[in-house]
Design a protein around this ligand. Structure first.
Ligand SMILES: [Zn+2]
Length: 382
């Protein structure tokens, strides 16, 4: 490690100490002699760059291989400058080809896995076929919120654990009808914890192989595992080792967050004007801009508002009416360009709700607020 670092530092110094190290594309070619010298210079730089790249790559791989320390070291091979640990499965240990043809083999232990999700619940199962006899079976009922993918992976995980405890001379083949779980289990860096566990067990047990086969094709093992998984959805032993799926947890958190916000919004006394227009809390943006907020909260350049907060002596508009937001939107002579129809006295709240949901009306409101902000002197009481 130190050797590589020193070498890298050395390379860095070399490149830094070279003041004429400019990009080769900018070098003007004046005559043939210069052409040759710049070419050799370019070649030298390219070699330095390549060496640096290789060294960096080695360092990166070394770091990666250190993080695999927890993995069993089945083979240690010296590759170039660093020691690598085996992090790949044996060839043919995992197969996505239809493995039905191998099922007739009697010299190996055949294990069939399946997962099921019905209206009754979620179940996982596997059964073991040895010399035409059912040697063992396992099934469990998962939580109702677990996904089909999780059940398939759980069945495979349990099957792999079972196979890893068999006497070492027994080769076993696990038949899975779910491609996704096989793909996940063959990936060391899978985001799924169960898939990574399966990978590690397979890595230490090369005599266990996993193979895909087509479901519902009349295979006796698949039928049995399928039936067991379906039964387990109702009568299986509870299995709680699997975490709930992330989207489900996110959904729960979102729901409780919204409920909490809704309750607090309902119970406070402030912000009632907006609450009366929009009472339910939602994650969907309303797309209100500053002018909308000013109008619907009625906290802006309205004489009535200024009077309420002792910023003015009178709540009258210069036109003679009481300067409320509604007055400017429907009656005031200075804002005729953006007027809307005045609601009946008891329907003001409904009117505000309708205006808030109508883009054309909101456009008018924005015009009014903008005009009032720019021409405040017009609205001052006489
Ligand atoms: Zn007015």
């Amino acid at each position: 490690m130190d050797g590589i670092r020193n070498r890298l530092l050395d390379l860095n110094q070399k490149t830094i100490l070279k003041p004429d190290a400019v990009p080769s594309v900018n070098l003007p070619l004046q005559d043939n002699r210069e052409d040759v010298s710049s070419r050799s210079e370019r070649k030298r730089k390219r070699i330095i760059l390549q060496e640096t790249k290789i060294s960096l790559k080695c360092l990166r791989l070394k770091k990666h291989s250190l993080s695999l320390d927890r993995l069993p070291s089945c083979c240690k091979a010296k590759r170039g400058l660093f020691w690598d640990k085996r992090c790949h499965l044996e060839p043919n240990q995992i197969s996505l080809e239809d493995g039905e043809a191998n099922i007739v083999r009697k010299d190996i232990i055949n294990i069939f896995t399946d997962g099921s999700k019905t209206e009754h619940g979620v179940g996982a199962a596997f059964c073991v076929l040895t010399n035409d006899t059912w040697a063992y079976q396992w099934c469990a009922k998962l939580k109702d919120n677990n996904t089909v993918f999780q059940t398939e992976l759980t069945a495979l995980h349990e099957a792999v654990i079972y196979a890893s405890h068999l006497p070492s001379h027994n080769a076993s083949k696990i038949h899975v009808d779910n491609r996704a779980s096989i793909m996940a289990s063959s990936n060391l860096k899978s985001t799924n914890e169960t898939a990574r566990k399966i990978f590690k067990i397979l890595l230490t047990n090369p005599r266990i192989s996993v193979s895909w086969f087509k479901a519902h094709a009349g295979n006796i093992g698949n039928q049995r595992a399928d039936q067991m998984a379906k039964d387990a959805t109702q009568h299986g032993q509870p299995y709680s080792l699997i975490k709930l799926p992330k989207p489900h947890i996110k959904g729960l958190l979102r729901k409780s967050m919204l409920e909490e916000r809704q309750t607090s919004r309902k119970n406070v006394n402030t912000g009632r004007k907006i609450y009366n227009i929009m009472s339910s809390v939602s994650l969907r943006p309303t797309n209100w801009i500053r002018e909308d907020v000013i109008f619907f909260s009625q906290q802006g350049p309205f004489p009535a508002y200024l009077k309420r907060f002792h910023l003015s002596d009178s709540d009258f508009c210069s036109c003679g009416g009481i300067g409320t937001a509604l007055h400017h939107a429907t009656e005031c002579i200075y804002t005729v360009s953006w007027h809307m129809r005045k609601p009946a006295p008891n329907f003001e709240q409904e009117w505000l709700k309708r205006v808030a949901n109508n883009l054309v009306s909101r456009h008018k409101i924005r015009g009014i607020i903008k005009f009032m902000s720019e021409n405040r002197y017009l609205f001052r009481p006489p």
